[in-house]
Design a protein around this ligand. Structure first.
Ligand SMILES: CC(C)(COP(=O)(O)OP(=O)(O)OC[C@H]1O[C@@H](n2cnc3c(N)ncnc32)[C@H](O)[C@@H]1OP(=O)(O)O)[C@@H](O)C(=O)NCCC(=O)NCCS
Length: 284
């Protein structure tokens, strides 16, 4: 039961630090979300994590917001403890995160729990996203269209990402390059025209982000990443790309859950036809 003394409309929102990570895990498990330590470390490093303390101990709610310049921010990990739900905490945390980020656009993927609340706050549905998981079967054959990236590729990767994503992701992509299991690039005479990574927070490796010139190049990158990534993988497939969903299904991945892609504010910057997979749903 929620304590009567807990004032949902006025309880302070504070910026959380790494020391609060165990409390974030505890709150995530309250909603049956997995504990993903590596992912949370990255979120704390590049994003702003906000929370509301529960006077009874731990956190009553939390949210993570990651701004990329003044252009766009991504919101994720929005959770309110069951014992405090439907008292306005989720709405307050969301409004606070959007305000603090102060970007032209905010992007998120919404569960069925979150979608009505976000719609009320002014978010509109831009697309759907199906998350596929499983072991890639059959493993793609053929010659790779990409090569392993090295540190010297970073300027080319950032130039491509700046045009496609439309906002600065240097901090994220630099860290990801150091931590990814696989990071590959597609070369062309004019420079790098595609990149993709696979990284692991749990036993399942995420094949993301993927940025490429067109769908053929993107599927080539997914195939190259899959070949280099043993075990269970995850692919977040935006319904803007039906061929990506068909590829995931043809390679034995199962439809695990579905979310709505929602946007607040201006249309997304950049050339999103070239952004085939987010880094993770919480980061855009
Ligand atoms: C989604 C989630 C964060 C919402 O948190 P919340 O604190 O319950 O959100 P709010 O109370 O601000 O709003 C939820 C609903 O309660 C209503 N509400 C707000 N204050 C209320 C009050 N005092 N009394 C009754 N209802 C209230 C809101 O209008 C809203 O209604 P709607 O669902 O019809 O839009 C929470 O349900 C949750 O953690 N779910 C599981 C994890 C999850 O799916 N997270 C979302 C990821 S995208």
């Amino acid at each position: 039961m929620a304590s009567d003394a807990f004032a949902a409309t006025t309880a302070p929102i504070r910026r959380l630090t790494l020391e609060d990570m165990p409390a974030c895990f505890h709150l995530a498990t309250d909603r049956d979300w997995p504990i993903e330590e590596k992912k949370w470390r990255l979120l704390f490093e590049i994003g702003a994590v906000y929370g509301i303390d529960d006077p009874a101990g731990g956190l009553a709610g939390m949210v993570v917001c990651t701004p990329y310049g003044r252009e766009v921010s991504a919101i994720g990990m929005m959770v309110v403890a069951r014992r405090h739900e439907r008292r306005g905490l989720g709405g307050r945390l969301m409004r606070h995160a959007i305000e603090q980020a102060g970007t032209a656009t905010t992007w998120l993927t919404a569960t069925a729990f979150g979608q009505p609340l976000y719609a009320k706050l002014g978010f509109r549905v831009a697309s759907e996203m199906t998350t596929y998981m499983g072991e890639i079967q059959p493993v793609p054959q053929g010659e790779p269209i990409s090569r392993r990236a090295t540190e010297t590729d970073l300027p080319g990767i950032l130039a491509l990402d700046g045009a496609a994503f439309g906002a600065p992701r240097k901090e994220l992509l630099t860290r990801l390059m150091g931590r990814a299991e696989v990071f590959r690039v597609i070369d062309s005479p004019g420079g790098i025209t595609g990149f993709g990574a696979s990284w692991r927070s749990t036993q399942t490796a995420c094949l993301s982000p993927v940025v490429a010139e067109d769908m053929d190049a993107a599927l080539g990158l997914f195939a190259d990443l899959a070949r280099d990534t043993p075990g269970r993988v995850r692919v977040d497939a935006d319904h803007r790309f039906p061929r990506l969903r068909a590829w995931a299904e043809a390679h034995g991945l199962q439809n695990s859950f579905q979310t709505a892609v929602m946007i607040y504010g201006e249309p997304l910057p950049g050339d999103r036809a070239r952004v085939f997979a987010p880094t993770m749903q919480a980061l855009g």
